[in-house]
Design a protein around this ligand. Structure first.
Ligand code: NAD
Length: 293
């Protein structure tokens, strides 16, 4: 069994990006500039954004953080988005989700100029991805693809079962792994809350991508020997032995399942760190105008 160390791989990719950025700087080129908009005081969102800004710093990117109180109105937020769309110094930006309930997330996502949508959430990027055209891939699926590719994990002809059909993980993963490419060429089954017998589906899987948000959902008796498991879930469970009172676990019961796997990602330290590097890679592409010229 091989543990896919996302933390180490993310560090390696960040070092490669930092070298490229140093070369761009030396040549007097356009240094990638990522902006992040953070609304409210959700501690998890603050931690994610802090991590993104620190990663920009590590890679030599410029970064701008715009923090707003959760009383901000939808129209005020849309104005900020519009300013960022118009600002020629900003190559790409993200609006950290979730947003307060009075703001329609879909409206905000749609307002982001797709050429600066380095999170890859805009329908234009999603549609281009679906058709195999150049696009910004959604950050988490892009990170998973990198992880598979850099570890030379075979995908062609494999049966991949995805659990969860969200627009940011499950559904794009189903498109990427069924495309005619590497990683890809899988036969994909996309399962969700209405799937009749998930265990039967999982038992046929060579590759499982778990993205449901239910701690330890996948147990050892639900998977076959030598399966590859990518655990996307990030769930807090109580842990009185920790100072914080909780710890993070995935959607897979790592302790019981891992011995059956050929590869498995841990939580934390698996897919999470890769999501951030994808954002940096998309921003680098944006600064080079690689996707939209
Ligand atoms: P979501 O929370 O939007 O949706 C959950 C999905 O799971 C739905 O499609 C639903 O149909 C499915 N589901 C729910 N209960 C189910 C059941 N009993 N059986 C089968 N399917 C079921 O999904 P999301 O935003 O993709 O998040 C999923 C998990 O991944 C969460 O834990 C989230 O925190 C985590 N996540 C991690 C990263 C990362 O960078 N590692 C990024 C995004 C999301």
């Amino acid at each position: 069994m091989i543990i896919l160390d996302g933390k180490q791989l993310a560090q390696q990719i960040k070092s490669e990006i930092a070298i490229e950025v140093a070369e761009i700087k030396a040549a007097g080129g356009n240094v990638p500039h990522l902006a992040a908009v953070l609304v409210g005081d959700d501690p998890a969102s603050h931690a994610y954004v802090r991590n993104k800004v620190n990663s920009c710093y590590e890679c030599g990117f410029e970064s701008t953080l715009i923090k707003k109180d959760d009383s901000i109105s939808e129209s005020e937020l849309l104005e900020i988005v519009d300013d960022l769309n118009q600002n020629p110094d900003i190559d790409g930006f993200i609006v950290q989700l979730p947003l307060p309930k009075h703001i329609r997330e879909a409206k905000v996502t749609l307002a982001i100029d797709h050429r600066k949508d380095v999170d890859g959430f805009h329908p234009i990027n999603f549609g281009r991805m679906a058709q195999g055209m150049p696009s910004y891939l959604p950050a988490t699926p892009f990170g998973i693809i990198q992880m598979i590719e850099r570890n030379n994990i075979e995908t062609e002809g494999k049966h991949c079962v995805i659990i969860g059909r969200s627009n940011i993980v499950g559904t794009p993963m189903s498109i990427l792994l069924s495309r005619k490419a590497y990683p890809g060429n899988c036969t994909v089954t996309l399962t969700h809350s209405r799937t009749r017998d998930i265990t039967a589906e999982l038992l046929r899987a060579d590759i499982i991508i778990a993205a449901i948000g239910i701690p330890h959902f996948v147990k050892a008796d639900m998977v076959k020997e030598s399966v590859v498991i990518i655990d996307v879930g990030i769930n807090r469970i109580e842990d009185s032995s920790r100072k914080s009172g909780y710890r993070l676990v995935g959607d897979v019961d790592f302790d019981s399942v891992s011995s059956k796997c050929s590869y498995i990602t841990p939580v934390p330290g698996g897919v999470g760190p890769m999501t951030v590097t994808s954002l940096l890679m998309n921003t680098l592409k944006a600064s080079r105008k690689e996707v939209y010229g």
